[in-house]
Design a protein around this ligand. Sequence first.
Ligand SMILES: *Cc1c(COP(=O)(O)O)cnc(C)c1O
Length: 369
Amino acid sequence: MSRTVSTKTDVLAERVKNLVREDVRAMSAYHVADAGGMVKLDAMENPYGWPTELQQQWLQELQTVSLNRYPDPQADNVKSGLRRAMGIDEKHSILLGNGSDEIIQHLALAMAGPGRSVLAPEPSFVMYRVIAQFVQMNYIGVPLQADFDLDQDNMLAEIKQHQPHLIFLALSNNPTGNLFSEKKVRAVIEAAQGLVVLDEAYTAFTDADHLSLLDEYDNVVVMRTVSKIGLAGLRLGMLVGHPLWLTEIDKVRLPYNINVLTQYSAEFALRHYDLLMDQAAILCSERERLLKTLSTVAGIDVWPSEANFLLLRCQKKSARDVFEALKQRGVLVKLLDGAHPLLAQCLRVTVSTSDENNQFLEALSASLS
Ligand SMILES: *Cc1c(COP(=O)(O)O)cnc(C)c1O
């Protein structure tokens, strides 16, 4: 006769199962690859540090920060710094997030409700879908065309059918690196009853700037981040838009979401914004050099990019084999094969210093042979 023995762990597992939402239990946690000791070209980080003198100045001023006090809940000095650096008009409001990821969450929390939808083209930034799922909104992914531009007819048809409360357009798009054509972006905005979020995470790496659309359309907000320009560790994102929108969205933000160390460091870094922009300019010219070189590499297709990464497609060897071979040689890129049909056999590589880019090129040519 067999008898089930319920251990303490079994009982606990049952309890967790009964209490945690079924759709949450079915999710897998966001996976970040371990890059220990590798040339890290998987996450669009800026590879440059600061000159020693600036680093010292930052550390010295950091000594005056009071860790025992709560941060300024509005982070007004950070907002002024961002306004000055990015030329944001006083008529627009700014809302800050612990990374723009958190702003996506604010937007979703403020709009969520039974039967409400989030819409985005695919492939694009995965957090749009993930966060929609967190707040139990329907998510509608509309495939891009084969050239990675918006499929306008399909977008408009889905908008008409689902009347999404939120639409996300990444300009430039991650992971494809391109901008969508402006005519199509406008058509989407004009067809939408909901709020259209223009995600400009890569604004430093493109001449395109959609802030002016805020004046033309009252259902548009613009989202930016300092992550891709050298401050990924701070976790600071921003939303720019009409005060009527931002006042409401601000209500779901936790009061002290931008900590004192981030506030202080961002203020400091924004006073040296020129340095960050100079680094971005170097990365843009490195991007063009990489693109040119990769275009001549047999077995690889590469697309032009308006961001600090390039999308590659492996023609002969499988992307997974190339990914693993690069890893063997100490270079970590992002494997995209399997993420979406349009990304079959694709890899994404972050543009880095000329040294690291050369290491990548060498490792790639060895990995392809
Ligand atoms: C990297 C990225 C973000 C997230 O930025 P964080 O501010 O670091 O959270 C948002 N949108 C797109 C398109 C990105 O590529």
